[in-house]
Design a protein around this ligand. Structure first.
Ligand code: SF4
Length: 393
C-alpha cells in the first residue's frame, strides 16, 4: 500500500512525498514528524523506510549484561542506578575475578555478546577494564565485548591523565569489539543541565564518538526521551547524530531510550506512553537516513511496544539480556531476561523474520534471508575491523 494513503495530516503530506522520493529530511520536517498527531501516518512513512533498508528482517542477539560497579562520581538526576562515592559501601565494586565469575554464571557458547557498562568509579578505570577484558576473552574466547560508553571513556582519560586515544587503544587491544551508545541522553544544554549536570556534555560526547570511530571501532548511539526535553530538542539531537554519521559512518544502531522516572529526582513525572515511544522510533528511522539500524529495546519499552515498533521503523529488538540492572533500578518491569524462543516469537508474531546477529550486526548461525533490502551505506575506510564472519575471532 502507498504509505501516503495512510497520511491524514495535511502538514505531513509534503514530508511524506520527500520520504517517498528518497530525499533527506530537514529540521522543519523533523519537527512536523515529532509534533503531528497523525501517528499512523508517521508510522507508515517510517515503515516504508524500514522495509527499504531491511525488508522483513528483525535482528536480535543472545547477550548478557555485566555491570561491574554502580558506584559513581557523578550524581545525575535522571539516574536510579548509581550510588555516590560518599556512600560507596552501599553499592558494589567487583574485583576482576568476581566480575568474571558473575559472567560465568550466565555465559555459555550460545552467548555472543557481553554488554559491559558501569558507574564512573575512579578506582575502576582503564587498567581495571583492560584486565577484565583480557580475562573475559581468555575464559570465553568466542565472546564479543560491547563495552564502555563515551562518558566512561572520557572519564577514564581524565582520571588516568592519559590521552583519550590511549584509553581506546589499550581497551581495543585488550578485546573491546564495539561500544554501546549510552550517556548521550539529550544533547540540548538546557535539558542536560536539569537531568545530568556535570556529566560529559553533548559536544564532548560527539567528540569522543568521533575519536572512537576514527580508531576503527563501531558504536551505537542513543537518545533519552520522555523527561524535560522538547520535541525540537529531540529533533536537534537526532540531527547532531546524523551529522557525525555523515563524517565517520561509525554508528551502527540508534536506540531511543524511554525515560523511567521511578526512584529518580523526576519520580513525579509519568512514564512514557505508547504514542511517544512509537513516534520516537519512527522519527529516528526517518531522520537517521544513514544509520543502518533502529532498535526497539524491549527492556525499556516492554514487549508489546517492541512488537508494534517493528512496523514503526524498528528492525532490532536487542537481546536475551538476563541480568539487566539499570532500567530495573528505575522501575522497569519488562523483566530480567527473555529466552531466545520468546524473542523470536515476538518477531514472528509481528510478521517479521528473525535474524540472529552478532555485536556488529553480522547474521549468525542461519542464512541471511537476503530479500533484496538495502542497508544504507555508511562505513568509511576508518571502520575496517571485524570483517570476518567467524564469531570466535
Ligand atoms: S547516569 Fe551514569 S554517570 Fe550519571 S549517575 Fe548514573 S551511572 Fe553515574
Amino acid at each position: 500500500m502507498d504509505p501516503l494513503n495512510l497520511v491524514t495530516d495535511p502538514a505531513l503530506r509534503p514530508v511524506g512525498e520527500t520520504v517517498l522520493a528518497g530525499r533527506r529530511l530537514g529540521r522543519d520536517e523533523g519537527i512536523v514528524l515529532a509534533t503531528t498527531t497523525d501517528l499512523v501516518g508517521v508510522g507508515a512513512l517510517a515503515n516504508h523506510v524500514r522495509e527499504r533498508f531491511h525488508g522483513d528482517r528483525t535482528y536480535y542477539n543472545i547477550n548478557r549484561h555485566l555491570n561491574p560497579t554502580n558506584v559513581c562520581a557523578a550524581t545525575c538526576a535522571l539516574c536510579a542506578f548509581a550510588v555516590p562515592l560518599s556512600r560507596r559501601g552501599e553499592g558494589w565494586e567487583w574485583s576482576v575475578e568476581e566480575a568474571v565469575e558473575r559472567a560465568a554464571r550466565d555465559v555459555d557458547e550460545t552467548v555472543s555478546e557481553l554488554h559491559i557498562v558501569g558507574g564512573l568509579n575512579p578506582s575502576m578505570t582503564t587498567a581495571y577494564y583492560e584486565r577484565l577484558f583480557r580475562e573475559l576473552k581468555a575464559r570465553f574466547p568466542w565472546i564479543q565485548l560491547k563495552a564502555m560508553t563515551m562518558v566512561e571513556l572520557d572519564f577514564f582519560a581524565r582520571v588516568d591523565r592519559i590521552p583519550l586515544e590511549e584509553v581506546i587503544a589499550r581497551l581495543r587491544d585488550a578485546g573491546l569489539d564495539s561500544c554501546p551508545g549510552g550517556g548521550a541522553e539529550i544533547f540540548a544544554e538546557r535539558a542536560r543541565r536539569k537531568i545530568c549536570n556535570h556529566k560529559t556534555d553533548g559536544n564532548r560526547w560527539l567528540e569522543v564518538a568521533r575519536t572512537v570511530h576514527g580508531m576503527g571501532i563501531r558504536t551505537n548511539c542513543t537518545m533519552l526521551y520522555g523527561h524535560v526535553e522538547t520535541p525540537e530538542e529531540r529533533v536537534d539531537h537526532l540531527l547532531a547524530l546524523r551529522g557525525l554519521q555523515d563524517e565517520t559512518g561509525g554508528f551502527q544502531c540508534f536506540i531511543p531510550l524511554a525515560f523511567h522516572p521511578a526512584n529518580t529526582a523526576f519520580s513525579h513525572l509519568p512514564p512514557t506512553g505508547g504514542r511517544l515511544d512509537l513516534q520516537t522510533v519512527a522519527l529516528a528511522r526517518l531522520l537517521l537516513d544513514t544509520i543502518p539500524h533502529v532498535k526497539a529495546y524491549w527492556i525499556m519499552v516492554g514487549e508489546k511496544i517492541a512488537q508494534v515498533a517493528q512496523h514503526f521503523g524498528a528492525d532490532d529488538l536487542d537481546g536475551t539480556v538476563v541480568d539487566e540492572r539499570i532500567t530495573r533500578a528505575a522501575g522497569g518491569t519488562a523483566g530480567r531476561g527473555m529466552p531466545r524462543s520468546r524473542l523470536e516469537a515476538l518477531i514472528r508474531e509481528a510478521g517479521r523474520t528473525p535474524v540472529l546477529r552478532d555485536t556488529l550486526y553480522r547474521p549468525l548461525g542461519e542464512e541471511d534471508p537476503g530479500d533484496g533490502a538495502t542497508v544504507p551505506a555508511s562505513p568509511t575506510s576508518a571502520i575496517s575491523r571485524g570483517a570476518s564472519t567467524d564469531r570466535r575471532q
